[in-house]
Design a protein around this ligand. Structure first.
Ligand SMILES: Nc1ncnc2c1ncn2[C@@H]1O[C@H](COP(=O)(O)OP(=O)(O)OP(=O)(O)O)[C@@H](O)[C@H]1O
Ligand SMILES: [Mg+2]
Length: 473
């Protein structure tokens, strides 16, 4: 963060100052919400957590060197007291952006692939100059300002992941760090529960192109009708990416290796070059094209982009993590997130990886789907059966509709098993897995199935009750 005094931060956020001996004391950063991450010079933002209240840790934060705590009530330690901590973080972040006129800001939104695209873009753009990008999925009213606050006078590029759970959210995030470049990936059913319909999801995502200035660039997915239509919603210049022939940035001569990693010719306005991605799954071509289109607009040439994409690693965990066990069982851990589109993409990747060998799909609940949740889970079961898995192991509350969907697929002869939890899924797998089999573990992270995927990948002996106990969600 750029250094700001307690007094300046109080003025920016409208905070009352409590127990501060020296209002001129400088906060140099980082801004953290976990008191264990405090280092001298930090600002500790106290938030109510699931298990504990951050305000209770203000004393420890001060002892560790925090200059001040930002909270909603006195803590007994030097504090800035505001009505709403995320709002105050947003104001502080905006003040930092306003003091960094040389900063180029790009926002990325969409129903799936934001983190993957952000990680690819950050690895490309990092070659152009010092780049700040979110950790993991820091994409909401707390994570976004925390990311922005990591920028300082040396930062050239800020890549932001922008998420929406309702109308106005992305517009608010764009107020915090006004982007000149905006990428929209796809419109799907993720968070359909909060929004109601795809059209409403699209309207919310269109807040990013709407926020762009006339000298900005909207980077839009030509393959997604609702995204492509956002060309009408922006004052910015439009550049498109996708598999469609008419896209400005596209892939040709696509092949997939035995682990489902795509290779393709990247075609951009300035030429073409070959890319071999280290990420698994054909859907990652779209994410790579989006990152390429953004990097191209920031001045990178096609050769450098292709080399950068081919070297880029998956930075965030549990997204299509492919592990091959010594006994040649391949485990695909995609348990970070699940939406109908993501489940379909993961099953398609597993079909390619399995290439005729036996595949098992362990599917848990897809969260936040609202009224149509049952229908979406039935569809997921159908997609699993159609992908030809040897067995569908449906975990938890939504197991029944998933199996109903799979049973509706005429001629499907795979095994259909409902289990109450991840530990039970492990036992079922242990009885069945043979060398060469492929296992997909996919659910929203609230289902906790990532621990199951890790246990299967580690090749532990899941039938031992102690192991099953350790890895249970
Ligand atoms: N282009 C895509 N099309 C369909 N599914 C995708 C695509 N990209 C990623 N996914 C799926 O979505 C999952 C989440 O990917 P990622 O974390 O990049 O998305 P996100 O948009 O950041 O999600 P979140 O809303 O949780 O932040 C991946 O594990 C993958 O299964
Ligand atoms: Mg994300």
């Amino acid at each position: 963060m750029i250094p700001l005094s307690i007094d300046e931060i109080a003025q920016i956020t409208g905070a009352a100052v409590d127990r501060v001996a020296d209002p001129a004391a400088l906060v140099t950063g980082p801004v953290v919400i976990d008191s264990r991450q405090v280092v001298p010079g930090a600002l500790f933002a106290a938030l109510p957590g699931e298990h504990a209240d951050g305000h209770d840790f203000a004393g420890g934060a001060t002892a560790a060197g925090a200059v001040v705590t930002l909270g909603t009530r006195p803590t007994g330690s030097p504090s800035l007291i505001v009505g709403d901590v995320p709002v105050a973080l947003g104001r502080l972040a905006r003040a930092v952006v306003d003091r960094l006129p040389g900063l180029t800001i790009a926002g990325i939104t969409g129903s799936a692939g934001k983190t993957t695209t952000k990680d690819l873009a950050a690895q490309l753009i990092g070659a152009l100059g010092p780049t700040v990008a979110p950790q993991n999925s820091f994409n909401n009213e707390i994570g976004h300002p925390l990311t922005v606050l990591r920028a300082d006078a040396g930062t050239r590029y800020l890549i932001a992941e922008l998420s929406a759970r309702g109308p106005g959210h992305i517009a608010a995030l764009c107020q915090i760090a006004p982007p000149r470049f905006g990428v929209v990936l796809c419109i799907g059913n993720a968070h359909a529960g909060e929004f109601g319909s795809m059209a409403q999801v699209a309207a919310a995502k269109s807040e990013l192109p709407r926020a762009l200035p006339a000298d900005g660039v909207a980077v839009l997915n030509a393959d997604d009708r609702l995204v492509a239509a956002m060309a009408a919603d922006t004052a910015a210049r439009v550049i498109t990416f996708g598999r469609s022939a008419g896209a400005d940035v596209r892939a040709s001569s696509v092949t997939l290796d035995t682990l489902g990693r795509p290779a393709f010719t990247l075609e951009m306005p300035d030429g073409a070059a070959v890319v071999a991605l280290r990420l698994n799954g054909e859907h990652n071509i779209t994410n790579a094209l989006a990152a390429a289109a953004l990097a191209g607009q920031l001045g990178m040439d096609v050769g450098a982009i292709a080399a950068g994409l081919s070297a880029a690693e998956a930075r965030s965990k549990w997204r299509m993590e492919v592990t091959e066990r010594p006994d040649k069982v391949i485990v695909v851990n995609d348990a970070y997130n699940a939406s109908p589109e993501a489940v379909a993409a993961a099953l398609e990747a597993v079909r390619v990886i399995a290439a005729g060998r036996r595949a098992y799909a362990v599917l848990g609940r897809m969260a936040e789907l609202g009224e149509r949740s049952r229908e979406f889970h039935e569809q997921a079961g159908m997609v699993a059966a159609r992908s030809g898995v040897a067995g569908l192991i449906a975990v938890g509350d939504e197991a029944a509709p998933m199996l109903t969907g799979a049973k509706a697929v005429a001629g499907y002869t795979g095994e259909l098993i409902a289990v109450p939890d991840g530990a039970a899924a492990l036992t079922v797998l242990a009885d069945r897995l043979q060398p060469g089999d492929v296992v997909l573990v996919k659910a929203s992270r609230a289902a906790g199935l990532q621990t199951i995927a890790l246990a299967v990948a580690a090749g532990g002996s899941p039938t031992r009750t102690d192991t099953a106990g350790e890895v249970a969600p």
